[in-house]
Structure formats: C-alpha cells, structure tokens
Design a protein around this ligand. Sequence first.
Ligand code: NAD
Length: 249
Amino acid sequence: MRLKDKTILISAAGQGIGRASAIACAREGARVIAVDINEATLATLPEECPGIEIHKLDVCDGAQIEALAGRLPALDGLFNCAGYVHNGTVLDISEDDWAFSFDLNITSMFRMSKAFLPGMRERAKANGTASILNMSSMASSLKGFPMRTLYGTTKAAVIGLTKGIAADFVKEGIRCNALCPGTVDTPSLRGRIAAAPDPVEAEKNFIARQPMGRLATVDDMTPMVVYLLSDESRFVSGQALLVDGGVTI
Ligand code: NAD
C-alpha cells in the first residue's frame, strides 16, 4: 500500500487520466477525494471503486474551491488534472478561447494550490512531506505541435507554476511536480478524433507520430501519478516528467 494514510484530492476525476488515477490511488490505500464538474461521470466512480469520495467542483470557480477546501481535511496529495485542448493555430485563437484555456488549464491550478496549500503545509509539518502534481503535457515548453499553440502555451505555464511552488516550499517538505503525458487514449481524445474532417485519417496520424506504434492508455500514466504522490518520490521536486512513449526522444 504505497499511499496508505494519505488523503489525496484529484480533479477531472470523472473520466480519462484523472479517473484512472483516482482508482489507482485508492487501490494503493489512499483516501481519495475525486472532484469533477460532471456529476454524471463522477457518480459512477464509487460504483467502480468503493470508498472513493466524490464532490462536484468547477475548478474555474474560486468560491466553490474555497468552500470545498473549508469542508475537507488537510491533504497529503493534490493532483490538479483538469484541462482542455484547444485546436488551432495562433490565427484561429479568439480572445475568449485564450481566456477560457488559461482559466481552466492554469488559473484553476493557482486557485487550487492557494486553497489547499495551507492544509498541506500542516500535513508536511506533521509528516515531513506533501505532494502537488500538476497536469502539463509533452505539448508545452518541452515540444511544439501543430494546432496546439494555445494548449501548449498554457501547459508551459503549468511547468512555470510547478517550479515556482516547488522552489517556495521545498524547505517545508512540500514537493510539486508536473506530469507531461504523450497522446493518451481518453474520451476527450476520442472526441478530437471524431471531430476531425476525416476521423480515420486523424487516428492514423495520431498513431503515426508514436515511436512505440500505439497511443498511451490511462494505465500507462497511473504508475507515474502514484509514484509522484507517494513518498517514493521524496527526493523529486520541481520536475516536468515526460511519459510520452518516446515522442520527444
Ligand atoms: P478528458 O479531457 O477526457 O476529461 C477531462 C475531465 O475534466 C472531464 O471529466 C471533465 O468533466 C473535467 N472538467 C472539465 N472542465 C472542468 C472544470 N471546470 N472543473 C472540473 N472538472 C472539469 O481527460 P484526459 O484526456 O485524461 O485529460 C486530463 C488532463 O490530461 C488534461 O489536463 C489534459 O490536458 C491532460 N493531457 C491529456 C492528454 C491526452 O492525450 N488525453 C495528453 C497530455 C495531457
């Protein structure tokens, strides 16, 4: 039980990487608090993995975050997973697109960190450690991809936020890292493929850029999530960890 006695909150836990992470952390003994804006997908989580607590939360709503933080126990782990993929070049991005992606992909993490860090400091004082994990991407400051300018810009900012928090709280035992996945087969990826002018071609193209010849599964991500939220990663902080099947080799 690698996460025994740890209380961990995970956002975007209704589906995809967040959901798989919630289940993986619960199976490693954590008390998991799963949050998502989508109540319907969230509601099926405790059926699949009994013991997981669920709360509807919009990570773009600061008041909701503050209210939830006030009701919950102090956290040992926080996985800020929520994010949105904008598709287009810089010429396609509207002011509203820009504001929305920044709000969901990065400002939400600033809000969550501010709300939950005070409790995490207490836990770190008592136990020597607490861990924040922020969802970035290989599409960030690490690599550029066509049609991902806005997405990659926000995910680069995630790495900046991660390093800032890591630097400020390293002496208190709080670690902060960013997970940078490759292309992961999740409901939203399926949606992006389906929305392409030629979905069959779009899927082929996603797979063609994979050196390992396949897309990642959510289960390719969860071992790194568990590791970064566990004490096994106690000497790792401020890092952007790529799990991309070799795309950035
Ligand atoms: P997904 O996109 O399929 O699901 C996202 C979840 O976030 C949904 O359950 C949705 O309801 C929730 N959500 C959306 N807005 C929210 C809000 N305001 N408040 C709370 N929850 C909200 O899941 P995914 O593809 O696993 O992506 C999860 C994260 O991983 C994102 O940050 C994404 O950018 C990142 N990521 C994904 C991939 C990939 O290929 N799938 C690759 C790299 C990084």
